[in-house]
Ligand binder design. Sequence first.
Ligand code: FES
Ligand code: FES
Length: 205
Amino acid sequence: MEFDETKIKMSVTRRGFLTTMGVGAAVAVTGRYASGASSDETVMLPEEMAKIRLHVNGRVHRLLVEPRWTLLFVLREKLGLTGTKVGCERGECGACTVLMDNIPRYACMTLAVEAQGFEITTLEGLMKGEDLGRVQEAFLEHDAFQCGYCTPGQIMAAEGLLKDDPEPSPDAIRRGMSGNLCRCGAYTHIFEAVDEAGKRKRGKS
Ligand code: FES
Ligand code: FES
């Protein structure tokens, strides 16, 4: 049977293209790991792993982790909480911000073993069933994002700020949000959304 190449190319939709890319990437990754450990690789023994308990979004998770694993890696890859984003992975962008005992922390700069004993809140923990939290609503209504990649981190930073200072001044908002970068430059709308979320939390809007 002969294939009509033109027809095949035409049938590749934009969505299909992305799907194909996804499959390609998955195959590439699978291939790398499927090859197994080479003889000069170090394999950690189970007794070298650390048993930890993490309190995340009101639930306790018992996990076996490598001591070098970051909280960011464990949240995303072991607990499936992908609302926490991977950005610079070196404490510069804030995309990975979560709350630990209500204080914003970079999950990429925190080891999972260090996070024990804290109440960790991720973006998923702000939802009440299908309902958005107040900060999430305010971000949506103020168009406080463009590509949206920084948004989960911005929202977590705003939650932390408003817990610490329920009525922040414009300066306090700028300072409080200064650890979170937005490459799309949506800062004006982000600051307005934080101000609005503060008012809503205080019942003034
Ligand atoms: S990914 Fe953590 S600060 Fe950038
Ligand atoms: S909305 Fe695109 S990086 Fe902030």
